[in-house]
Design a protein around this ligand. Structure first.
Ligand code: FE2
Length: 429
């Protein structure tokens, strides 16, 4: 029998080496040693890591690549970013958003990202972002899974037409209910907004993904309300809390009560390490808080955690290159996740954990899964985070959709002419 594609001699994320992966009809048909069969395409992985695609569970595709339009964020704060975005919204067109989003999707695919959950701002009576990203979702569907969250950036209660626009956007086909309780005028309004949005999701059978407590306020309590409403409405497993940065500053006794409630509600947590290490602690002198949510403690409680990238070259964050390994690298450092097991887990946080958050079907490298994967110029997940290496091949539906040459430097030093491959410096256990 012939296959469409065979990848020879791969190392899998769990450390198994010498594996061949055969693909047929868009699915993984066999994962075995030494598959002897014909195939339309054969890739020799040469013992390097083959992973299921990277998954970005938190992004803002309506704002991406808009850096500098109409101006830069001078203070570097979340609030100035929101203000700046408010200046851009009325002057950008649907076509502008589509063009930027498609360019970003190309970059993301070349970096091995197979699915993105993007928030789309619904605080715009014309719903330009919604119209644009629904079109983008359609255009990229054969090579990238795009999920959209109706995100009331200016507050579902604070903005006079946000509630109505959010409901309109869900009617137009946006997938998930979003929110931003910490941006409402009072803690009580924030709590009311969480209740309202969870009830809306329950009525419509939708998932929820809320920007929650993205501040350094130790008394912010919206994640508690989100967990409580999730349990009350029977939404367990369908709700994610994004950012959760104030948990970093909360009282330890309070957190000891909060985390078990979050675990009972089967909440997913989505920290966004790059953006939050940049934005948090801006009102502090020294010591400055890091602001990343309590990743090791949430993880120990069995809460599913996926790292998101949030922003690339937009009003909030002026760097980024769609590299989920940059995200994992920063999350690892800020969370001090330095054991071998924790470092390997950081790779899961940008692959399988995030696929679980998004509820992706057929994700993984087992027989019968979708034939979507990435060949990296690295020997294992920890080395992938260390090097953030080239994506030698990106496979979608059993076909190569992107290729990058291996990174190699040639040295011309007199005492030792040499070729340097960064992966040659890895420990060999
Ligand atoms: Fe965000």
């Amino acid at each position: 029998m012939g296959f469409d594609l065979i990848i020879k001699n791969a190392t899998l994320p769990d450390g198994t080496t010498g594996i061949d992966i055969a693909c047929a009809d868009g699915l993984i048909a066999a994962v075995e040693r030494d598959i002897k069969a014909e195939a339309g395409e054969v890739i020799n992985a040469e013992g390097q890591l083959v992973s299921p695609p990277f998954i970005d569970p938190h992004f803002h595709m309506d704002a991406t690549l808009s850096l500098g339009t109409p101006r830069m964020n001078v203070s570097g704060t979340l609030l100035e970013g929101i203000e700046l975005w408010g200046e851009l919204k009325p002057v950008q067109s649907v076509e502008d958003i589509i063009e930027r989003a498609l360019r970003y999707c190309d970059l993301a695919v070349s970096m091995g990202i197979g699915a993105i959950r993007s928030h789309v701002d619904v605080c715009d009576d014309e719903l330009k972002g919604v119209e644009a990203l629904l079109e983008v979702r359609k255009q990229v569907s054969s090579y990238l899974d795009l999920q959209l969250v109706a995100f009331p950036q200016d507050g579902v209660f604070r903005d006079p037409t946000a509630k109505e626009n959010l409901i309109r956007s869900l009617d137009m086909g946006v997938d998930i209910v979003g929110g931003i309780p910490h941006f409402e005028r009072t803690m009580q309004d924030g709590a009311e907004s969480v209740k309202f949005l969870c009830e809306l999701a329950a009525e419509r059978g939708l998932m929820v993904d809320m920007h929650c407590d993205e501040s350094d306020d130790p008394l912010s309590r919206h994640i508690e309300t989100l967990a409580y409403e999730t349990k009350r409405l029977g939404l367990e497993g369908r709700v994610a809390g994004s950012h959760l940065t104030s948990m970093h500053s909360m009282d330890n006794y309070y957190v000891s009560k909060l985390i078990p409630l979050m675990a009972e509600a089967e909440l997913h947590a989505i920290p966004n390490p790059l953006i939050n290490i940049m934005l948090q602690g801006r009102h502090d002198t020294y010591p400055k808080r890091r602001g990343q949510t309590r990743v090791p403690e949430l993880k120990a409680a069995g809460i599913n955690i996926g790292f998101g990238s949030d922003c690339v070259m937009d009003p909030w964050y002026s760097l980024g290159k769609a590299d989920m390994l940059d995200v994992a690298h920063m999350g690892l450092h800020v969370g001090q996740l330095s054991s071998r097991a924790d470092m390997a887990w950081c790779f899961d946080a940008v692959t399988e954990n995030s696929a679980e958050i998004m509820g992706l079907d057929g994700y993984g490298l087992q027989k019968g899964c979708k034939a979507n994967m990435v060949l990296l110029q690295a020997n294992d997940p920890i080395e992938a985070i260390r090097l953030r290496p080239n994506r030698l091949a990106v496979i979608r539906g059993g076909k190569t959709i992107s290729q990058t040459s291996p990174q190699r430097s040639e040295l011309f030093l007199k005492y030792r002419p040499n070729e340097i491959n960064p992966a040659d410096y890895a420990p060999r256990p």
